[in-house]
Design a protein around this ligand. Structure first.
Ligand SMILES: Cc1cc2nc3c(=O)[nH]c(=O)nc-3n(C[C@H](O)[C@H](O)[C@H](O)COP(=O)(O)OP(=O)(O)OC[C@H]3O[C@@H](n4cnc5c(N)ncnc54)[C@H](O)[C@@H]3O)c2cc1C
Length: 419
């Protein structure tokens, strides 16, 4: 298997997390439709140009990758230096420009070209609106270069914890706000490292959508601005070093903080997104296209599945979510999940499976078994192309993968996030 979450320092080198690190890479069978992202490898390098119109400077980036969205593009403006990092599959394309003249650092926009052109536009506001620029500025080292995501230096940005909500007895929804000069999104299938400032405590977490709303999720991708919010579902372990430290952070309610204060106990440091492109494996990009997506999640293994699910519904794929928890009370976002499936009845089916259900529970019970999967999972035929994904504690994932094999799903039809 291929590591998608290679530790880059000692604080994470011994991570034995219960959730997701690797994506199984299964040998390709020549006679079957391929689901490998490598088949879509971008052939030509990305490039950029710029133009101006009145008080606006537009930088257009041609990634030549059909899956790129604004959620793949991080933008920061500090001391009039523009830094742009765009995830293109397993690589990062970078712009580093000391801009020719002053721009408003907290008022820029990132937008996508129409269709799947692979074009992104970053719109900057001139401070002196009437002044024409003769050039874009000075290129800095690393400008207009591409490197493997795994090789990219891990840089931390200070964000504020602005929301903390208990979803279940041990799962929190944490909301972070990026500083006003930074747009830092996380695309589907990727995660970022969170670090407690001035400590070695640092672990990966998977950002989740703000809400389970397909329209809001997809329109948020169309245009994006700095100071964005990041949301995480965190399972708090009593003896868990990082999750308890996150639980102990204070929520900041003041507006306009700069994220510089050393003493601020609402600060969390966040890396740019890391990981691997999984979207095309699940919601499209292969031929023939996937029609049915089945997602198996246990506990906080739901985190990568939520964006996948919204993307797949937006792409008109049928989605079956099998969500394994102990009791009804342990199901995070249960009401929201059930409301989403009620809103998209032909497309989304949510099936809860409880291992310690109360006597009143009328739904599925037990653990992940051959009988359960045989009964519920979609089967590929002339009209259906099926894709499966699994995420949860190691034992859960291993069992599910074994059962996929027993049910004759082939390696390219499924993948696993394993820790
Ligand atoms: C790519 C990736 C994405 C992740 N996304 C999320 C996320 O969105 N939300 C989230 O809550 N977590 C996520 N995790 C897990 C997270 O990184 C931490 O591992 C987790 O929060 C525990 O860290 P801790 O320091 O609090 O606990 P630790 O101090 O490491 O241990 C906490 C507790 O977990 C137990 N434990 C340790 N390893 C395992 C294991 N393999 N199985 C079962 N129990 C174990 C320990 O006994 C202890 O009780 C993700 C992990 C990866 C690799």
């Amino acid at each position: 298997s291929t590591s998608i979450c290679k530790p880059k320092d000692n604080s994470v080198a011994n991570d034995t997390s219960p959730v997701a690190t690797t994506l199984t890479a299964v040998p390709k069978l020549p006679s079957l439709p391929t689901y490998s992202p490598l088949q879509e490898r971008v052939q030509r390098p990305a490039s950029y140009d710029w133009h101006q119109s009145g008080g606006i400077v537009c930088i257009a980036v041609y990634t030549r990758w059909q899956h790129v969205t604004t959620r793949h593009c991080t933008v920061a403006i500090v001391n009039n230096v523009l830094s742009v990092d765009i995830i293109i599959q397993d690589q990062s394309y970078r712009l580093a420009l000391e801009l020719a003249k002053k721009v408003v650092s907290d008022n820029f926009k990132v937008s996508m070209g129409s269709g799947r052109s692979g074009k992104l536009t970053i719109e900057l506001r001139k401070v002196e609106e009437a002044v024409r620029w003769s050039n874009i500025g000075r290129t800095l080292p690393g400008n207009d270069t591409t490197q493997l995501l795994d090789d990219r230096e891990r840089v931390y940005h200070r964000c504020h914890l602005v929301g903390k909500e208990s979803l279940t007895r041990d799962i929190l929804l944490l909301t972070l706000r990026c500083p006003p000069h930074l747009y830092l999104p996380v695309p589907t299938g990727y995660h970022n490292y969170l670090r407690i400032p001035d400590s070695i405590l640092c672990k990966p977490y998977t950002a989740v959508p703000a809400s389970l709303d397909v329209h809001a999720f997809t329109t948020q991708q169309a245009a994006a601005a700095p100071g964005n919010l990041l949301h995480y579902l965190i399972k708090v372990y009593e003896d868990g070093a990082m999750s308890s430290a996150l639980d102990e952070l204070s929520v900041c309610e003041e507006e306009g903080l700069t994220a510089d204060a050393e003493e601020d106990s609402s600060l969390v440091e966040v890396t740019l997104a890391e990981g691997e492109h999984v979207n095309s494996l699940i919601s499209g990009g292969c031929d023939p296209p996937v029609t049915d997506v089945a997602l198996l999640a246990a506990g906080t293994g739901i985190t990568p599945m939520l964006s996948v699910m919204l993307d797949a519904i937006a792409d008109n794929r049928r989605v079956l979510l099998l969500f394994f928890n102990k009791t009804e009370e342990d199901i995070p976002w249960r009401v929201e999940l059930d409301a989403l499936s009620a809103k998209h009845p032909p497309l989304l089916q949510v099936q809860h499976v409880l291992s310690a259900a109360s006597a009143a529970w009328r739904g599925k019970t037990g653990r992940v078994t051959l009988q359960l999967l045989d009964e519920l999972l979609p089967v590929a035929d002339g009209h259906k192309n099926v894709s499966l994904a699994v995420c949860g504690p190691r034992g859960f994932t291993d069992t599910a993968l074994k059962l996929f094999d027993e049910l004759s799903y082939v390696g390219e039809e499924y993948h696993a996030f394993v820790g």
